[in-house]
Design a protein around this ligand. Structure first.
Ligand code: 86X
Length: 734
């Protein structure tokens, strides 16, 4: 762990930040700004060096709250010209766009060139945004806008020039567009599946965007290679983890065939590659919780209104997230029925029924299920989806001590899921009053750190509910002495979010990197068969490959033989690298002769040749080593960003360096709120606070780590100056 002095030595980010300027100054010479002002739109104007690509725009204004847009001018000679403005990471192949625009199969959309751009919208390349339709006085351009853009609170656009960015409410954009006679067509990108990975050549230069760009026709390229490689080709990850983390993540989870998109926002398909990882987590955890005496059961998906509201106090805050079924066919149900967001209100009436005597305790149940929370924050596959998979455990005990033991045993299992299966280090601790689950007494947590984004994320949680729910649901039993007693309860859960955390923690610019214990395939065997090889040699190579696979299977290694003859070995290497398979075994004619195998590690790219006789034991050894190395690398990356700060002045600078920060703290809610408020303010220094909620730059407490550094008597709290009561871990979080 670095200490406070370590903070200062970390390097600053090298972006050139935009400077906010008085919007009025430009109004006279900028028609779009004048129009916005006329419409009383609350806006902020930023000045920055010219940005001709979205990457450059991200450099200058990527830190602002709100989204950036990608703008594409498209043309079909017969149908007309379209300006598509979308979230910056949307797919932009012309096929998908034609489908979204509902142009029919015959449309032949092309990216319009700069001349057309200048003549119709009167802006230069790199300066186009939806605001530019103002210049289209002849209404030659149809504006099509991404539905998700309109759902954002803040949107950042170039106002006809690429050295300015205007930040405004997304809703105001609609007002503006109507006022300039360009009511847009709304595109629902979620209604079409993301394009299948088809374009073969690794297009390194898909960078430009955000601004009007020409794309070189991925479709054409795909066609070309489709003849070379029947049955699908390979799209390389074309964006680096470092440059655009969010887009990189999307690419990794789709290209690895973990996730596919769906036509309901916030819902995703877990394809076999991802689901298999969940099964690995399930298999291990399920066995462990059974060891603790927990039994599995299954409760209904639906909750009646009455039952859900039994818990009114704590449900209240969550109410907007509850999804309701109101009809069957065309007929209204007598009363709406909720879809479970969690199952306390479903299970605890039965706990009341089942717990009558001290002999009925402990009652320890778990269920593996899906839950639905209709969140309105921007969804992210695995991390925040509207439906997700989890296990929820609910237990009732005769004493507090016993319940607390359960809480801690479960939290240890969660730590093991992260560290021993997913190779992601976590910090265990207790949530503060402000962050704990209000229905319970104590919330414990495992917290992970995502190096790529500098954010922390809650990995799983285990609550001591005290007797609160027992009282609320009138759960009572006869204790040994014959008196009435209320049980001590716990609840705990881990979700498919854990898989997203793992992907973010380990993935690299080639794609997924899987920790061996959850990898659906741990080893892929690829015979290097050249067309020139004699039939005899080919058969011998195939037999060698099958022998290897058989012995690996006997050694309980999850192995796959990729002996397809319609893909080249090089293609297969890329394919399995994208999918993150920990070890690749290559066998060529020379290996056959020498009785050797080439083994390549996915995590560090290292290669070694080994004799057939030692393959199984060596592979098993390497798989363990890979797990250890991945964990250690991940831990080193985190520890480099885990700093101690004892004075306020060092706090926000540390956050700005993507650190998580341990501080001595008085641990009072008012001071926690003060830290949130001040950290947000300082991070946004120079920008007025007004409508900016900017929770994303505010620091939150992650936990009070169980593992407490020494706190000498008299140590001062870093923010209040009062006597500190503990060390608290802070960070920006998901
Ligand atoms: C809190 C508490 C608890 C069992 C866990 O954290 C682990 C597994 N449950 C969950 N929580 C809610 O109670 C809740 C309630 C409603 Cl109505 C909702 F819409 C969303 C919720 N989210 C979390």
């Amino acid at each position: 762990m670095a200490d406070a002095s370590g903070v200062a030595s970390l390097s600053l980010q090298d972006k050139e930040p935009a400077v906010e300027m008085a919007a009025g100054a430009e109004v006279g010479e900028n028609a779009s700004l004048a129009k916005l002002q006329e419409l009383n739109v609350a806006l902020k104007l930023y000045q920055h060096p010219e940005a001709t690509t979205i990457d450059e725009q991200v450099q200058h204004v990527g830190h602002l709250q709100g989204v950036l847009t990608k703008n594409l001018l498209l043309r079909d000679k017969k149908i007309g010209t379209f300006l598509v403005t979308a979230l910056h990471d949307r797919p932009t192949d012309t096929k998908t766009l034609a489908k979204l625009l509902k142009l029919g199969g015959k449309a032949n959309l092309r990216f319009a060139d700069e001349k057309i751009l200048e003549s119709l919208l009167k802006v230069k390349r790199g300066a186009v945004s939806a605001l530019a339709v103002l210049n289209d006085t002849e209404n030659a351009v149809t504006l099509a806008i991404d539905k998700a853009l309109l759902e954002q609170s803040t949107i950042n656009l170039h106002p006809l020039r690429n050295d300015r960015t205007v930040s405004m409410p997304a809703a105001a954009l609609l007002t503006y567009l109507k006022a300039v006679g360009h009511e847009p067509v709304v595109l629902d990108f979620d209604s079409v599946p993301a394009p299948a990975p088809t374009a073969a050549p690794l297009k390194k230069d898909k960078k430009s965007n955000g601004n009007c760009e020409r794309e070189d026709g991925g479709a054409a390229a795909a066609k070309k290679t489709a003849t070379v490689v029947p049955g699908g080709t390979l799209l390389g990850i074309d964006v680096s983890k470092k440059d655009n983390f969010a887009l990189w993540y999307t690419r990794v989870i789709t290209y690895s065939e973990m996730i596919d998109y769906y036509d309901i926002s916030g819902c995703y398909i877990l394809r076999p590659w991802a689901y298999s990882m969940w099964e690995s987590i399930q298999r291990w955890l399920d066995a462990e919780i059974k060891e603790l005496g927990v039994e599995n059961a299954y409760f209904p998906l639906f909750v009646s209104k009455g039952a859900l509201e039994r818990e009114k106090d704590h449900v209240e805050g969550f109410a907007p997230e509850v999804a309701w079924v109101t009809k069957s066919g065309d007929t209204d149900l007598p009363e709406p029925i909720a879809v479970r967001p969690t199952s306390e209100t479903i299970m605890y009436p039965l706990f009341k029924k089942w717990i009558r005597s001290h002999r009925d305790l402990p009652l320890c149940l778990n269920q593996w299920s899906n839950v639905v929370r209709w969140e309105f924050k921007y969804p992210t596959p695995f991390l925040r989806s509207r439906e997700f998979l989890w296990q929820e455990g609910h237990t009732a005990h005769a004493s507090f001590d016993e319940s607390q033991q359960m809480v801690r045993d479960i939290l240890d299992l969660y730590k093991q899921v992260y560290q021993d299966l997913l190779a992601v280090p976590v910090i265990q601790g207790r949530k503060t009053e402000m962050e704990r689950f209000p229905g319970g007494d104590i919330t414990t947590t495992v917290e992970a750190y995502i190096h790529g984004s500098g954010r922390s994320i809650q990995g799983a949680t285990s609550h001591n509910l005290g007797q609160n729910f027992g009282k609320m649901f009138d759960i009572q039993y006869e204790d040994k002495a014959g008196g009435h007693a209320i049980p001590w309860q716990t609840s705990w859960g881990i979700t498919t979010r854990s898989i997203g955390v793992m992907v973010m923690a380990h993935g690299d610019d080639k794609g997924l990197v899987l920790p061996p214990r959850v990898a659906p395939k741990q080893v892929v065997v690829i015979p290097i068969v050249k067309a020139s090889l004699s039939m005899e040699k080919k058969e011998a190579l195939q037999a060698y490959a099958m022998r290897l696979v058989a012995s690996l299977k006997r050694g309980k290694v999850r192995v796959h033989l990729d002996d397809r003859d319609n893909y080249t070995p090089g293609w297969k290497y890329n394919h399995w690298e994208q999918k993150g398979v920990p070890l690749r075994l290559e066998i060529g004619p020379l290996d056959l002769e020498k009785g050797t195998v080439r083994v390549v590690r996915r995590d560090d790219g290292s290669k070694e040749d080994m004799a057939e006789g030692v393959v199984v034991e060596t592979v098993l050894q390497r798989l363990n080593q890979i797990h250890k190395d991945m964990f250690e690398r991940c831990k080193a990356q985190r520890d480099e960003k885990l700093v101690r700060v004892t004075e306020w002045k060092d706090f926000v600078p540390a956050l700005e360096k993507k650190c998580i920060v341990l501080t001595p703290f008085v641990n009072e809610t008012e001071w926690e709120e003060e830290v949130k408020r001040r950290s947000r303010e300082e991070a946004l220094a120079g920008e007025a606070e007004d409508d900016r909620t900017a929770t994303s730059v505010a620091a939150k407490t992650l936990c009070i780590p169980f593992d407490q550094p020494e706190l000498p008597a008299g140590t001062k709290c870093f923010v209040s100056g009062k006597e500190a009561t503990c060390w608290v871990l802070w960070g920006r979080s998901y």
